[in-house]
Write a protein that binds this ligand. Structure first.
Ligand SMILES: C[S@@+](CC[C@H](N)C(=O)[O-])C[C@H]1O[C@@H](n2cnc3c(N)ncnc32)[C@H](O)[C@@H]1O
Length: 277
């Protein structure tokens, strides 16, 4: 029987060979999961032998990671704004960049209240976080993906947030006027697909990644819808690629939004369009 230390060393080498980033961390997380331990407990149990069923369970998880499936899908969860969200194939893994929207809103509109919409809710990371961080908002989450709406409902229920979910293109099926509209639309240029990490290109849903021509075609359409559905003075925050700040400000102006500006993420890169109706 192999020890925890032996299994870790072999797996780290396999993962490195397969091009997995941070092979040690990935191996430790998966072995800890297979053994039902925390990572700290695992590291103190180097001599422990794996029972055959534990080894089989670990091998199945490790094979998925070796095939470059995102670790978050294998573990079934991801942190966003210090909360744990369920994630699974079919929804985008929420990224830290998207927390820029929440932080920006806290600065710009700390007392945000009224009707809010999150277009393209994915796992519900943004919609649920808004509902919990701004209790005076009533949040509608929309997506074209049934899986996304299912996962958003699941996360809202687990985290105790009230979020209304509806399947539609953008906000095409709603009538109300919103005080706030946020979105992290798909914004990768399909021409850049080949350069993406296999974890993203081969495993995350294409409708969550690719934004049409130059990566901004979908965003342009959703900005028009947002502009039509915002109440006068309402606020709009859209995430975008680090090189799309200028084009997003222009698209916002064309959609009839005012005072468009760009907010940087934690790395100092252009990341969020902020504009008013
Ligand atoms: C980049 S993901 C963002 C997911 C989540 N908001 C997050 O930040 O992790 C984009 C999401 O928009 C959805 N989407 C794409 N086009 C859409 C459209 N026209 N209307 C509504 N949702 C759309 C995708 O299905 C996907 O869930």
């Amino acid at each position: 029987m192999l020890s925890v230390r032996d299994v870790l060393e072999k797996t780290i080498a396999r993962f490195a060979q397969a091009g997995v980033d941070s092979p040690r961390l990935n191996a430790e997380l998966l072995l800890a999961r297979a053994l039902g331990l925390t990572r700290g407990e695992l590291l103190g149990a180097g001599d422990r032998k794996l029972a055959p069923d534990q080894k089989a369970k670990f091998d199945a998880l490790a094979a998925r990671r070796e095939a470059r499936e995102p670790i978050d899908y294998i573990l079934g969860e991801r942190e966003f704004y210090s909360r744990t969200f369920v994630v699974k194939p079919g929804v985008l893994v929420p990224r830290a960049d998207t927390e820029t929207i929440v932080d920006t809103l806290k600065r710009e509109l700390p007392e945000a209240a009224g009707l809010a919409a999150d277009i393209g809710c994915g796992s519900g990371a943004l919609a649920v976080t808004l509902a919990l961080e701004f209790p005076r908002l009533r949040v509608l989450a929309t997506d074209i993906s049934q899986v996304a709406l299912h996962v958003t409902r699941q996360n809202a229920a687990r985290l105790g947030a009230f979020v209304h979910c509806a399947r539609m293109d953008g906000l095409s099926a709603v009538r109300g006027r919103f005080a706030l509209i946020v979105s992290n639309p798909p914004y990768i240029d399909p021409a850049d697909a080949e350069g993406l990490q296999p974890e993203v290109r081969d495993h995350e849903p294409p409708e969550a990644l690719f934004g049409g021509k130059d990566g901004v075609e979908v965003a342009a359409r959703l900005l028009v819808q947002a502009s039509e559905r915002l109440a006068p003075g309402g606020l709009c925050l859209f995430e975008h690629g680090f090189n799309q700040g200028q084009v997003m400000r222009r698209l916002a102006a064309q959609a009839g939004l005012r005072q468009a500006r760009t907010v940087q993420d934690m790395a100092g890169l252009d990341r969020v369009l902020l504009a008013r109706r």
